[in-house]
Design a protein around this ligand. Structure first.
Ligand code: UDP
Length: 286
């Protein structure tokens, strides 16, 4: 179920011929009705790139609040396990490093990122409330920075921005002095972690991310080198409330799910580069 606010039909086209696949073009902030039985409901809808959620602040708040409210009702009626995609952004600009699930975070509720961060925090709160008060079987995955094929070239996040700039020979736009850190997880590892958590009956939040931490400047340099580009770095203003450091503590995922990431950044970036090369060559902006 998707309304393609930030997604694209191209990304799921290959699923249409599958016998057990059905697609609903629907906005989950509106009432949701699905006929028949449901075993699992995964509420993963939301703009996720800072540029997207700054442009769509109200939709971002609604999909993190009205949508889980609708879908938790559905999960209750269908007796389904309900999973939400939460985020490392619940930790805000963290002053505990790396971030374990027990850390409550450091979020500016009225800052530009508040629309995403607080929506996701509310989503965790309502999910736990339905678990506690209505006994709904729920799970919360806190997703850290993830990358891989099928990201939108122009979604504004660091990886699509740097790769498309490097491939076009444009300046690489590093925000601030590039000393802020992130830890990038390859999409297949994330999917494996989500699958394991979905199949479990664990209710507390679980971080899924790759602890390999890197500064954004180093990340930009790595991508320039990988693409063989002659692009140079151009420094821009750091966006307000941009977290200075981020790295998941994945002890819980290891203990509860026997999960840890398998794909190194160098392997993952190569696969992603092949995808982006293709997109840039055919001149597709999204
Ligand atoms: N960033 C950057 N240049 C860009 C896009 C992002 O330097 O063109 C920085 C951004 O300021 C942040 C980091 O890269 O410090 C990761 O940003 P992204 O939007 O990918 O994810 P998030 O901030 O949500 O972790």
């Amino acid at each position: 179920m998707d309304n393609f606010l930030t997604g694209s039909v191209e990304n799921i086209e290959h699923l249409f011929p599958l016998e057990h696949f059905e697609f609903y073009n629907h906005d989950v902030t509106k009432f949701v009705h699905v006929p028949g039985e449901l075993d699992y409901i995964l509420h993963f809808a939301s703009p996720a790139s800072p540029i997207d959620y700054l442009q769509m602040p109200i939709q971002t708040l609604k999909v993190g609040s009205l949508a889980p409210y609708n879908l938790l009702g559905l999960a209750r009626v269908k007796n389904a396990r309900f999973m939400i995609a939460s985020t490392s952004e619940v930790y805000g600009d963290p002053n505990v490093h790396p971030q374990p699930e027990t850390y409550w975070g450091h979020v500016n509720p009225i800052g530009p990122r508040g629309v995403y961060d607080e929506a996701k925090r509310f989503q965790e709160a309502i999910t736990m409330a339905y678990h506690t008060y209505h006994g709904v079987n729920t799970g919360i995955v806190r997703i850290f920075n993830t990358y891989g094929p099928r990201m939108r070239l122009d979604d504004g996040r660091a990886l699509p921005a740097f790769m498309s700039q490097a491939l076009r020979g444009e300046d690489i736009t590093v925000f601030g002095d590039g000393s802020q850190t992130r830890s990038f997880c390859y999409v297949d590892d994330l999917v494996d972690g989500i699958f394991r958590l979905t199949m479990s009956d664990y209710h507390e939040p679980v971080n899924i991310g790759n602890p390999a931490e890197i500064t954004i400047k180093e990340f930009a340099e790595e991508i320039v080198e990988l693409t063989g580009s002659n692009s140079t770095i151009s420094y821009r203003d750091l966006p307000k409330d941009d977290p200075k450091q981020r790295r998941p503590d994945i002890t819980r995922a290891k203990e509860v799910l026997n999960w840890e990431p398998k794909v190194s950044r160098s392997e993952g970036l190569k696969v992603t580069l092949d995808y982006f090369k293709n997109k840039v060559e055919v001149g597709v902006g999204s």
